[in-house]
Design a protein around this ligand. Structure first.
Ligand code: NAD
Ligand code: TYD
Length: 354
């Protein structure tokens, strides 16, 4: 048995591949374009492991995807591939439209053709799982209830709008063609191997480099944080037992304002890697101009996945953020290669045959 995952060299996809292969003998075909966000160094421990087949390519390349499906006959396709950074989507939305919308559409078409040809048990068991975000629901007021799966779609950034469009396509392929789809909408993830353009890894990396810690606006925007391994376990659970055509919100009931996150990171660094002058890393905090259209609050009601699939996160925010800071402290090479751009040479130096 085999699964095909897309975007498996990115933050969540790579964590998913590592967790999957730590728990299962089932092979993974990993299709990733290796944009700036794709980092095969994260998967270095899988070198020589025949269960991990990496293919560099675009989910929008129909011929490539058709060929992979025909050759490897996966029992499931999990779509992690996306352009994922809100700030980049504000500066240059085009890639977000291409990958998140057109790419997902082409992937769905390829998967539909493949699934149509399956028969019997293989057809009944096949799944297409689409990994999405809580950002499609828009922004909450301070007193609003958390997002349920029935919340209106009100995306506010080019990123969230493109993810919303992809969610709608996935839904339509189930409704119209009967494609056996599952969708997860997860809150903000954090954890090991997170590209340091997102809040938590950026703060850790900048703090250690004695750089400013840029907090947008008043720092009181609220995000709901989930440790990445808990997101991975939720995806495995939805794949295993999710009801066809259903959407599952995934979150850790962990709402926190950004400034609290930054102060927590600083306090952990003060404890684990005190500065030579004994001052707190929080002295590096710098309030900067706000992000245009900045969503004020996200919060996930994870009641459905808890009730129906008995999924629960294993980490509290306190345990997860400590593990995360410890991981960055223990992996300065990974960080240095990301910062220097050397991680992009990894394919040539380590995967010459792919
Ligand atoms: P990421 O940016 O770290 O990784 C994305 C990966 O997709 C990269 O390896 C990149 O090379 C690859 N990719 C991009 N375009 C591609 C294309 N056209 N074809 C093939 N591969 C391509 O993103 P992430 O944080 O790991 O997010 C993964 C998924 O989870 C995304 O769909 C994102 O919307 C969703 N999500 C992320 C979060 C979060 O907090 N990071 C939360 C909820 C949902
Ligand atoms: P980010 O990690 O980019 O995730 P998202 O925008 O998808 O939620 O940002 C998380 C929050 O942190 C968001 O409210 C924007 C804020 N932020 C900062 O204040 N400073 C920063 O340098 C970054 C990257 C984000």
């Amino acid at each position: 048995m085999t699964i095909l995952i897309t975007g498996g060299a990115g933050f969540i996809g790579a964590n998913f591949v590592l967790d999957w292969l730590a728990q299962s003998s089932e092979a993974v075909i990993n299709l990733d374009k290796l944009t700036y966000a794709g980092n095969l160094e994260t998967l270095a421990s899988l070198q020589g492991d025949a269960r991990h087949i990496f293919v560099q390519g675009d989910i929008g390349d129909s011929a490539l995807v058709d060929g992979l499906l025909a050759r490897h006959r996966p029992r499931a396709v999990l779509n992690f591939a996306a352009e994922s950074h809100v700030d980049r989507s504000i500066h240059s939305p085009e890639d977000f439209i291409q990958t998140n919308i057109v790419g997902t559409f082409r992937l769905l078409e390829a998967v539909r053709a493949y699934w149509n040809e399956l028969e019997g048990e293989a057809k009944a068991a096949f799944r297409f799982l689409h990994v999405s975000t809580d950002e499609v629901y828009g922004s909450l007021g301070a007193a609003d209830p958390a997002f349920t799966e029935d919340h209106r779609y009100e995306p506010n950034s080019p990123y969230s709008a493109s993810k919303a469009a992809s969610d709608h396509l996935v839904r339509a392929y189930h409704h119209t063609y009967g494609l056996p789809v599952l969708t997860t909408n997860c809150s903000n993830n954090y954890g090991p191997c997170h590209f340091p353009e997102k809040l938590i890894p950026l703060m850790i990396v900048n703090a250690l480099a004695s750089k400013a810690l840029p907090v947008y606006g008043d720092g009181m925007q609220v995000r709901d944080w989930l440790y990445v391994k808990d997101h991975c376990s939720a995806i495995r659970r939805v794949l295993e037992a999710g009801r066809l055509g259903e959407v599952y919100n995934v979150g850790g009931w962990n709402e926190k304002p950004n400034i609290e996150i930054v102060n927590t990171v600083c306090a952990l660094l003060d404890e684990l890697r005190p500065k030579v002058d004994a001052r707190s890393y929080s002295t590096q905090i710098s309030y900067v101009k706000d992000r245009p259209g900045h969503d004020r609050r996200y919060a996930i009601d994870a009641g459905k996945i808890e009730r129906e699939l008995a999924w629960r996160p294993a980490e509290t925010f306190e345990s997860g953020i400590r593990k995360t800071v410890q991981w960055y402290l223990a992996n300065p090479e990974w960080v240095a290669h990301v910062q220097s751009g050397a991680y992009r040479d990894w394919v040539q130096t380590q995967y010459a045959s792919v």
